[in-house]
Structure formats: C-alpha cells, structure tokens
Design a protein around this ligand. Structure first.
Ligand code: SAH
Length: 225
C-alpha cells in the first residue's frame, strides 16, 4: 500500500516486500493477532524516522530518533499492543500512553482505542509526533508534553496504560489510574535489560504477569523543552 502524506519518493512501493517480510518475522516470533499484524503493515514507519534511515524503517529493529531516544522495535510494539487488547472488547474506551517518542506506537495503537492520551517529556519530540499523527489522521490521539510518571489524572480511569520507558518499579500513580478490568503494560527495572510486565486491575486487586525480557530507555523525571 502507498503511504499517505508523502515521504521519500517511491518508498511506499519499494517497501511493500520489506513490509511483508517484517510481518512474516513477527508471525514467526509469536505475534498472532491478525489486526495487529495488519496495522503494523499499514502504518508507514518510514515517516517516523529521519530520511537517512527510511530504507531501514521496515527492519525489526529500534532506530535513533534524536535526543538520545529510539523508535521502538516493531516486534515490541506489536507484542505490547497484543498484550493490551487480547481477548477484550474493542475499541477500548480510553488509553494512556507514556513515552510518545516519534509517535509510532501511538499510530499502531490508534484503531484499537476511542481516545488515546500520549505523554512525552521532551518537547521537541512531542511537537514532531503531534504533526506526524495529524498527517496520518489519528485525530483521537492527543500528545501532551509532560512527565508521565504521574500519569494523566484528568482523563483517568484508563482501560489501558502502555509505557515505553522503564522506571525502577511500577509507579503507584499509574496503578491508581486503571479502570476496572484495565491493563497496564510496561517495562520495569534498571540497566540494559528489563522485564515487560502486565498488571491487571480487577475487583480491587492487581495481578502482575511477567511477559518477556525487553530493552527500553530509562524513564526520567521532569520535562525538557
Ligand atoms: N513508543 C515510542 C518509543 C519511545 S522511546 C515510539 O514508538 O517511537 C521512549 C520515550 O519515552 C522517549 O521519547 C523518552 O523521552 C520518553 N520518556 C522517558 N521518560 C518519560 C517520562 N517520565 N514521561 C514521559 N515520557 C518519558
């Protein structure tokens, strides 16, 4: 499929086969939700990275997006999205995302929620992601410049919270902002390898499952312009 909104000339066409290859790889690694796979195929990931990296946009790897940050690896985005929506009635009403980065994960998530609030602590990235998401007509995703450690109480509770940066432990504020039956998917831990966990809130209790080992940038406090 041709990507909307321009981008490097012709990449939409030349990338068709590399996109197929990416989907095949995700399948082999255990991603089975057909809608998630189709969404990964259709979101133009090359528009979220610098033109110099566009030819690598459909490789299953994280890539730099400036400010010492990275666009998440497609497999990780797919796995987190799947962990959030599996077995649930869709679309979810309200989802909170922390660590917008370039907005790629938000774009993948977009069709699965009626409303998404995404928080990014680096102002320049937040502004850029906002533009990208507008271009891709993700009008129900609103990007906020702020510190996601506190969540976003104004719109709580959330059916889903998805975090793309790793704190030492699950922040209490995020647990408090989960709706009944809501799920929090996030990396937790110090150092290069963290554990991806899913916390489900039901009947006043939190149940934690360990999903995989992952590698995210650390969650930092405060904001930068
Ligand atoms: N999901 C993104 C990847 C983002 S990388 C994508 O698809 O591109 C993680 C992002 O989390 C970085 O942009 C980083 O600035 C941001 N981040 C780190 N700590 C944060 C915090 N406390 N609040 C909000 N964003 C944070």
């Amino acid at each position: 499929m041709m990507a909307a909104g321009g981008g490097p000339a012709g990449i939409g066409m030349t990338s068709a086969r590399t996109r197929d290859r990416l989907i095949e790889r995700l399948r082999e690694h255990g991603i089975s939700d057909a809608e998630v796979l189709e969404r990964i195929r259709s979101v133009p990931r090359h528009l979220f990275v610098d033109e110099a990296l566009a030819s690598r946009a459909y490789e299953d790897t994280a890539l730099p997006i400036g400010f010492g940050q990275t666009i998440s690896q497609p497999y990780v985005v797919a796995a987190m999205t799947e962990a959030l929506i599996a077995g649930r009635e869709l679309p979810l009403e309200r989802v909170l995302e922390i660590g917008t980065g370039c907005g790629y994960q938000s774009a993948v998530l977009a069709p699965f929620a009626r409303k998404i609030v995404s928080i990014e602590r680096i102002g320049s990235l937040a502004r850029r992601a906002r533009l990208r998401l507008r271009e891709l007509k993700c009008h129900h995703v609103s990007v906020r410049h702020g510190d996601g450690l506190q969540g976003w109480a104004q719109l709580a509770p959330y059916d889903g919270i998805l975090v793309a940066a790793a704190p030492d432990r699950v922040p209490a504020a995020l647990l408090e902002q989960l709706a009944e039956g809501g799920r929090l998917i996030m990396p937790v831990g110090r150092g290069g390898v963290q554990r991806l966990v899913r916390v489900t809130y039901r009947d006043g209790r939190y149940r934690e499952e360990r999903l995989a080992d992952v590698s995210f940038v650390p969650m930092l406090e405060g904001v930068t312009p």
